[in-house]
Design a protein around this ligand. Structure first.
Ligand SMILES: Cc1cc2nc3c(=O)[nH]c(=O)nc-3n(C[C@H](O)[C@H](O)[C@H](O)COP(=O)(O)OP(=O)(O)OC[C@H]3O[C@@H](n4cnc5c(N)ncnc54)[C@H](O)[C@@H]3O)c2cc1C
Length: 442
């Protein structure tokens, strides 16, 4: 029996692909239903009321379960929650899950025994106290597929000084009423930071956004079509693609510095682009002001790296997320102390262990849920073929044991940032997955 932890897009893909291989499994999900962070009611969800897909629906959906034509190209989170609910219904996946059940420990079976001991507790039980600790249950599984997500645990650097107003992280942000009448400073301009700054415009007294580095901003639509559906037909060499795409974007929307933002000092696709032209619109209208990096904070006063300063009531840190797997030892995940991410073959398999898989620890421009599905498919088929001692599974096992740690970056020089530590080049990554899937007989 295998265990799947999490019923977000990745956990559901794991469940479905195990099901397709006829492998028995039990799923554990701390929330009351499927959908992962796309269910805004999930206490772990980091979506906000205005959150929509960033990649378009056709580039994101599971190939075996397309979204209805009537669904908008970039649907809102509640539409996506519905999509995952329907996916779970279509393949009868809920019956395999224990909901409202949190995994609190995943530990290797004692020496001489095989498998993993998974300890769970009810996630909906009253808060425990010393007199009444939460009841726990431990069960043994042959292999564990962890799919608990990557965007839950805030990366929230300390501010350089003491701020007298409210400080929050984007993980806590749900709706713009928190900004009503306030002088707001958003720190960080990734996709969430840009969305949230735009949200704040209608409610806040003023909105500033502080950027440490430049970003490439892309519009969601070009010529009436989702931008990520264009240009796939011609595969250009990497450098040429970076140049051509950056030139097109410059011709269509201009340089970030035209809007008062810093220009990127790296090439396109070396960091995740920001899919948002509304923020440029609001910068151009003076609804949002661009600020440099925060240099110091004292009371309500914030000084920036260019020596400008202003007063604020609320600072929202859209500073991203850190990987967080608190229920398992780092060593089991091949995650050295100090490293930003576990070192896993194809971002998913432990080089020397065939019973532990970390799914969904992968980010790429346009990978979508189908890319994650294919990752799960590889794990499920590998487990099946390994049990059969299939020569292709044994070859894969040898390959991952001999892996030199190289990442699947397609030759792109990704910025040396923690959030880029598990970033891959989509086409190269899918090619690698598909090569192994074919070898295993998919
Ligand atoms: C605002 C926003 C916009 C995004 N837009 C896109 C987009 O356009 N395209 C795209 O491809 N991706 C997008 N993403 C990325 C998003 O992470 C993925 O779409 C997807 O949700 C990842 O699925 P997952 O199953 O790995 O993780 P999650 O969706 O986070 O699901 C993990 C699940 O595991 C459960 N869980 C966690 N810990 C435990 C535990 N200990 N025990 C039991 N259960 C547990 C959680 O409750 C949750 O249900 C976006 C993310 C955000 C925040």
């Amino acid at each position: 029996m295998y265990a799947v932890i999490g019923a977000g897009p990745m956990g559901l893909a794991a469940a479905r692909t195990l099901q397709k291989q006829g492998l028995p499994f039990t799923g554990f999900e701390s929330h009351a239903d499927v959908g992962g962070l796309w269910d805004i009611a999930n206490p772990q969800s980091t979506v906000y009321e205005s959150a929509h897909l960033i990649s378009s629906k056709r580039m994101t959906e599971f190939a075996e379960f397309p979204m209805r034509d009537a669904v908008a190209p970039y649907p809102r989170h509640d539409e996506l929650k519905r999509y995952f609910s329907e996916f779970a219904d279509r393949f009868a996946l809920r019956q395999h899950y224990e909901f409202s059940t949190r995994v609190v420990r995943v530990a290797r079976a004692p020496e001489g025994e095989a498998g993993w001991d998974i300890t769970t507790e009810r996630a909906d039980a009253p808060r425990p106290d010393a007199a009444r600790p939460r009841e726990q249950r431990t069960r043994r599984f042959a292999a564990v597929l962890i799919a608990t997500g990557t965007l839950h645990h805030p990366h929230q650097p300390a501010l350089p000084g003491a701020f007298s107003g409210r400080v929050m992280h984007s993980a806590e942000y749900k709706s713009p009423e928190v900004f009503a009448g306030k002088r707001v400073l958003v720190v960080g301009c990734g996709n969430s930071g840009a969305d949230i700054a735009v949200d704040a415009v209608k409610q806040a007294r003023s909105v500033d956004i502080s950027l440490r580095r430049g970003y490439y901003f892309l519009p969601k639509f070009v010529r009436g079509r989702p931008i990520d559906t264009l240009g796939g037909a011609v595969k250009l060499p990497r450098r040429l693609k970076q140049l051509v795409d950056a030139t097109i974007v410059r011709l269509v929307i201009g340089r970030p510095s035209d809007y008062g933002l810093p220009d990127p000092d790296y090439r396109m696709y070396e960091s995740h682009p920001v899919m948002n032209s509304l923020i440029l619109h609001h910068l151009g209208h003076g609804d949002i002001r661009a600020r440099r990096d925060v240099a110091s904070v004292q009371g309500s006063l914030v000084r920036f790296a260019d020596c400008e300063q202003d007063e604020y009531d609320l600072i929202l840190q859209a500073t991203g997320y850190a990987l967080h797997y608190p229920f398992i030892a780092r060593e089991a995940l091949a995650w050295p102390e100090g490293a930003a991410a576990p070192r896993l073959w194809l971002n998913v398999m432990h080089p020397g262990d065939d019973t532990l898989f970390l799914l969904g620890m992968v980010e790429a421009s346009g990978l979508g849920w189908q890319g994650r599905y294919e990752q799960a498919e590889l794990v499920s088929l590998y487990l099946k073929r390994l049990a059969e001692r299939h020569p292709a599974a044994l070859a894969l096992q040898r390959e991952k044991r001999a892996w030199d740690g190289a990442r699947v970056d397609g030759g792109y020089a990704y910025l040396p940032l923690d959030r880029m530590a598990y970033y891959v080049h989509k086409d190269s990554y899918l090619r690698a997955l598909r090569r192994h899937l074919r070898a295993l007989g998919a």
